[in-house]
Design a protein around this ligand. Structure first.
Ligand code: NAD
Length: 445
């Protein structure tokens, strides 16, 4: 089948490469000429395990084409996937200007029947708006070309995106057009091989499903972080509590890891966007507001522990903090809403210096933090420790899980570790002679 993907970021490029891998011809359109040029050279501009290989192979075999020209993308394609960003506006609502621009451009340029698929995460009612914008542009041209607008939200996770796309838990298709549903079933058949994985529903329910899923996951994280904060105060261990509650299959072990709060390009913005939609429709979403607030406060927990620790010793000014982890989670280079950024901002505002290391997000982080002269980003994990007063771990990359503790102890000026991901055993760290602070567990120091 012929597919056009508009927007080649985490979602667009992964979808495009996976569709191409199944034999479809996919034209990827992006307005950023540098991104398109890099892709044409076989360089993938985002870090996603397995993606580069898939892109290179399908590009070499002619099933994947990159262009800045939407007209070229539309020419032969039956499906046009909108995969552009929907970042949060200042008031928390989703900024739909990129989606609307693509809709207008499709209306201006389309020559024959198209199935326009909203894959970007968009508030309920956006498909209707996309439809009206395309109709408006057609009217200006004096043409009337048939098309359908479908909602097909994406559930892939950064860091495991190719796998998630190839073997999805479900594919949601929002449409009331039976023929369009059948065509999408055919396109997705290689991925959702069992019939029940492909769930067809109304457009509005599909749009809502994406927000409900992300808000549920964000709720689990804020819930366990709140439990962790209470554990700390009452002398309980959130690790044990997690095991205890997760053993109930109605709760489960997934997504109840306490830490430094959720980040990334989806949960923070999607929780805020659903709050905004609910308020717009006259409903006060108390639970979602609490989830959001708990998360904002959770990002302050680790910097506060560091500030409080050094307070009696003259404060954090001019001290050096080694920081392991910058990306908002492992296996990605995405720095959007990363908890590390809040930590860096709070501590450098007080004059603390940061020496940071991340296995893949270094370049993105250098760009994001280029104006902060107190931050140095190093290329080697253990180089971050030299002359540092303490170590903070913020992202749970595997290589941080079992470090050389002797080297760690020798390299730091004093053996102090602030662990925002509960990677180490408090008892072990205490016995090793570290002052050790984690989330919701016993402290040493
Ligand atoms: P991204 O920022 O990585 O990529 C968006 C791309 O769209 C950019 O390359 C940009 O240049 C391009 N673009 C913008 N306007 C354009 C236009 N008019 N024409 C062509 N290209 C244009 O975004 P992303 O992380 O892939 O997210 C895209 C959407 O998918 C968002 O709505 C997001 O919420 C949703 N989503 C993201 C994830 C994720 O893990 N990143 C997962 C599921 C859903």
């Amino acid at each position: 089948m012929n597919v056009c993907i508009v927007g080649t970021g985490y979602v667009g490029l992964v979808s495009a490469a996976c569709f191409a891998e199944m034999g479809n011809k996919v034209v990827c359109v992006d307005i950023n000429p540098q991104v398109v040029e890099k892709l044409k050279q076989g360089e993938v501009h985002i870090y996603e395990p397995g993606l580069e290989e898939l892109v290179k192979r399908n590009y070499a075999e002619g099933r994947l084409i990159f262009t800045t020209n939407l007209e070229e993308g539309l020419a032969e394609s039956l499906f046009v996937f909108i995969c552009v960003g929907t970042p949060p506006k200042k008031d928390g609502s989703a900024d739909l200007s990129y989606v609307y621009q693509v809709a207008r451009d499709i209306g201006k340029l389309m020559q024959d029947y198209k199935i326009v698929v909203d894959k970007s995460t968009v508030p309920v009612g956006t498909a209707d708006k996309v439809k009206s914008l395309i109709l408006e542009e057609q009217k200006k041209r004096g043409v009337s070309i048939e098309f359908d607008v479908v909602s097909n939200p994406e559930f892939l996770k950064e860091g495991d995106a190719v796998n998630d796309f190839m073997k999805p838990d479900r594919v949601i298709v929002g449409t009331d057009n039976v023929r369009t549903a059948e065509l999408l079933k055919t396109l997705y058949a290689p991925f959702a091989r069992s019939r029940e994985k492909l769930i067809i529903m109304s457009v509005r329910s599909a749009e809502m499903t994406k927000y409900a899923a992300n808000c549920m996951l964000a709720t689990k994280i804020s819930f366990i972080n709140e439990i962790a904060n209470i554990c700390e105060r009452v002398g309980a261990d959130v690790g044990d509590v997690r095991l205890g509650i997760g053993s109930d299959h109605r709760i489960g072990y997934h997504f109840i890891y306490p830490g430094v709060g959720y980040g990334g390009s989806c949960f923070p913005k999607d929780v805020k966007a659903l709050i905004s939609t609910a308020l717009e429709y006259g409903y006060d979403p108390l639970l979602l507001q609490a989830v959001d607030r708990v998360n904002d406060l959770q990002k302050e927990v680790l910097p506060l522990k560091i500030i409080n620790y050094f307070e009696p010793q003259g404060g954090v000014k001019d001290r050096v903090l080694a920081l392991w982890g910058l990306a908002f989670k492992p296996n990605t280079d995405d720095m959007r809403e990363a908890p590390a950024l809040v930590l860096i901002e709070r501590l450098t505002a007080l004059g603390m210096k940061i020496k940071a290391f991340d296995p893949v997000a270094r370049d993105k982080a250098r760009d994001v933090l280029k104006d902060n002269s107190l931050v140095e980003i190093v290329d080697e994990q253990y180089d971050a420790l030299e002359q540092a007063d303490a170590l903070a771990v913020v992202t749970e990359w595997n290589q941080f899980r079992n470090p050389d503790f002797d080297k760690l102890k020798k390299s730091l000026k004093a053996p102090i570790v602030f662990d925002g991901r509960n990677l180490y055993s408090p008892r072990f760290m205490g016995e090793m002679g570290f002052a050790y602070f984690s989330i919701g567990r016993r402290m040493y120091g």
